[in-house]
Design a protein around this ligand. Structure first.
Ligand SMILES: NC(=O)c1ccc[n+]([C@@H]2O[C@H](COP(=O)([O-])OP(=O)(O)OC[C@H]3O[C@@H](n4cnc5c(N)ncnc54)[C@H](OP(=O)(O)O)[C@@H]3O)[C@@H](O)[C@H]2O)c1
Length: 363
């Protein structure tokens, strides 16, 4: 089970086909990537494909660097360099010898050493470095967050273990490594919960699935509690625009544009799935009493409310746009239906029927 503060992905495989990236109506307005060449460190799980699909659509050239383990059949048309990003600098340098790129897109960095080594190997070969961090980089989740909010720190900056206590602080050190290696040319992307087709965590996906099942169901907190999510394709679109423009700086990436409440999220799931679900709102205190507080995905309890109050003003000013929530829900469910039955049988997030029943007894 993923913890709430750890916006961390497993790179678990997902369906290979990508039918969920329809051409945009604003295609003509989007900046062209023709003539641009991006090196993607990763690219084949969730955020990576969203970037790749949009960059391809805009005419950019993309080279993927990864081990060839996650979804190896994806993007057969793209150039690939296979290798382990944990290799030493000399090995990495030899892999990129004689090449140059407009930007490096790093979706798979978790330890500062990985960014330092990759950047050293690409020194002079790339104009900018795009690093995908997380809103977990912030220290204090109890109040609203903006890009200049205080950042998480680590007592041991050399730690190489991802836990709830280290993930955010490590992302901060990764950001700093990218900024040090590419002064004035590092783009730091801090997303909140990323959702949509191919999400390997099932955190968001579990809600439309539960609502679709219908009947009386647990709804966490109160209907007016704020929620923030970003469709992976909105994130990918924005990242491509910024990479083409050579943007630098630090940006939070959360959605939707207008405030969203947990009630609106569940009602939209109900509308999209034509469900008869009846929501029973269970307070944070009662969820805690039932022992399930830490297992409710996407919704955040009052103690961490800053995680649902992250400013996205800066990203919107640079062109971040949002699909309708109903589209995200419908596309996520359509993608889910394409997964093998064994995968569908093992939801990776959300409350079990027993946990839900236990909490509902406390209403
Ligand atoms: N999910 C959320 O809600 C959320 C929120 C905030 C931030 N984030 C951040 O978003 C990013 C998510 O990325 P993603 O997993 O979706 O990216 P991705 O680029 O789609 O997939 C990860 C890629 O990394 C490659 N990779 C893994 N280990 C590697 C290694 N040692 N050497 C070379 N390549 C390696 C994998 O391929 P191979 O296995 O074939 O090597 C795969 O292509 C993460 O940085 C996460 O911290 C996520």
């Amino acid at each position: 089970m993923q913890s709430r503060r750890t916006f961390l992905l497993s790179s678990a495989g997902a369906a290979l086909s990508l039918p969920f990236w329809p051409a945009h109506s604003d295609a003509a307005a989007a900046a062209s990537g023709a003539g641009k060449h991006f090196l993607m460190i990763g690219g084949t799980s969730f955020v990576g494909p969203a970037f790749v699909e949009e960059a391809k659509r805009r005419g950019a050239k993309i080279t993927l660097f990864n081990r060839g383990k996650t979804n190896p059949g994806l993007f057969p048309e793209l150039e690939k360099i296979h290798g382990d990003r944990n290799a030493d600098v000399a090995t990495l340098t030899s892999l990129f010898a004689g090449r140059s790129f407009d930007a490096v897109i790093d979706t798979s960095g978790y330890y500062p050493r990985q960014i330092r080594n990759m950047a050293a190997a690409l020194k002079g070969r790339a104009k900018s470095y795009v690093f995908v961090s997380s809103v977990s980089a912030y220290k204090d989740m109890t109040k609203p967050l903006a890009e200049d909010s205080e950042l998480a720190t680590l007592s041991d900056p050399t730690v190489e273990k991802i836990t709830e206590g280290t993930y955010g602080g490590l992302k901060v050190l990764c950001e700093q490594a990218a900024q040090a290696a590419f002064p004035g040319a590092a783009l730091i992307v801090r997303p909140g919960y990323i959702v949509g087709p191919r999400d390997p965590t099932d955190r968001f996906t579990s809600w439309p699935l539960r609502v679709r099942r219908g009947g009386e169901m647990l709804a966490p907190g109160t209907a007016s509690d704020p929620v923030q999510i970003i469709d992976v394709r909105d994130l990918g679109d924005w990242m491509v625009t910024q990479a083409i423009a050579g943007q630098s700086g630090v940006f939070n990436l959360v959605g939707p544009e207008k405030k969203l409440s947990m009630g609106e999220l569940l009602e939209t799931c109900k509308r999209v799935t034509k469900s008869d679900a009846r929501f029973v709102w269970i307070s944070a205190d009662k969820l805690k009493q039932a022992g399930v507080l830490d297992h409710v995905p996407i919704w955040v309890p009052p103690s961490d409310i800053g995680m649902a109050q992250v400013s996205h003003a800066r990203a919107i000013k640079t062109g971040l746009t949002f699909r309708p929530l109903a589209t995200t829900i419908a596309d996520t469910l359509a993608w889910w239906q394409t997964l093998p039955a064994e995968r569908q049988a093992k939801l990776r997030a959300g409350l079990s029927a027993e946990q839900e029943a236990t909490a509902l007894k406390l209403r």
